[in-house]
Design a protein around this ligand. Structure first.
Ligand SMILES: C[S@@+](CC[C@H](N)C(=O)[O-])C[C@H]1O[C@@H](n2cnc3c(N)ncnc32)[C@H](O)[C@@H]1O
Ligand SMILES: [Zn+2]
Length: 278
């Protein structure tokens, strides 16, 4: 392909044992066997099959999505975004996949920085709908990234998993041989002050060794980095980061959170950059 053209990934049908390419028609995608998927009003495509979800509304709730967006809109994620775009070796001719993309903040920033083709997959309709409404220049797909990742082999130059899904065989299949995998994990000291003060826990869990093992032997670690900042959070930001990070707070935990008007809080992420193994 000429370097000036942006790569376009081919969607695959998610009906079990079908997996044929999907071709775009007016407001829908169709495979040669006649399975069809409508494009939603906000522009996303729902490729999730009923057997690929465990509840009627899987993934992050609308409340968690809205809380994460408010938190990110206040700039608290900026150091991580900067590190992500610095780490990714992308050009305008490439295509990138974000698996478990949430409301789209990171992928939209990647798309804006490189001008590349961008595809975001999340199992939460609320997250993908919010992403599609704000960032129409990116393709947004509802699908289960733990199962079949609905793209043709070798579609992407980079796959990102930002505090999200880890599916080594599928990430390898959809990546080019010279592709890059970026995995971002909460670092051991992430939200330490809030976890201590509100949840009453002081666990410092390093998730990197587990991730490196999970992705081996298909992927080899090339680089790692920790991005840590201390942010002065007001009560609203504390509620938002807790709502978007933890499922449901117990009554006692919620009461402790209500009592905190402001706090200096550590925001900390481990970035792991992998290449496909030879
Ligand atoms: C902690 S959030 C991170 C969102 C986003 N990457 C970010 O950093 O803002 C995890 C996301 O994974 C999504 N998710 C959970 N299970 C999933 C699955 N099986 N397939 C795709 N997405 C999933 C959730 O809906 C949620 O949006
Ligand atoms: Zn099909």
């Amino acid at each position: 392909m000429p370097a000036t053209l942006t790569a376009v990934a081919t969607f695959l049908c998610t009906v079990r044992d079908c997996h044929l390419p999907l071709v775009g028609e007016e407001r829908r995608l169709v495979c040669a066997r006649g399975h069809s998927y409508d494009v939603a009003r906000s522009g996303y495509i729902n490729l999730l099959q009923p057997q690929d979800r465990r509840s009627s509304k899987p993934g992050d709730t609308a409340a968690a999505v809205a809380a994460r967006r408010r938190f990110l809109d206040r700039g608290f994620g900026a150091p991580l975004v900067e590190a992500i775009v610095e780490a990714l070796p992308l050009t305008a001719a490439d295509a990138v996949l974000d698996a478990g993309c949430g409301e789209g903040h990171h992928l939209a920033a990647i798309r804006d920085r490189f001008g590349c083709a961008a595809y975001g997959v999340d199992i939460s309709v609320a997250a993908i709908d919010a992403a599609a409404r704000r960032h129409p220049q990116v393709e947004w797909i509802v699908a289960n990234a733990d199962r079949f990742v609905p793209f043709a082999d070798s579609s992407f130059h980079a796959v990102c998993s930002i505090t999200a899904r880890m599916n080594p065989p599928e990430f390898r299949r959809v990546l080019n041989d010279d592709g890059t995998l970026l995995v971002v994990l909460p670092a051991p000291d992430d939200l330490l002050e809030l976890r201590e003060g509100i949840l009453g826990e002081r666990v410092m869990r390093d998730r990197t060794a587990h991730a490196i093992t999970e992705f081996s032997p298909l992927f080899s670690l090339r680089n790692r980095e920790r991005i840590s900042t201390v942010a002065h959070l007001d009560h609203g930001a504390i509620e938002d980061v807790m709502t978007s990070s933890y499922r449901a707070l117990r009554h006692s935990e919620r009461a402790r959170m209500e009592a905190v008007s402001e706090l200096k809080v550590t925001l900390s992420r481990d970035l792991l950059l992998f290449r496909c193994s030879e």
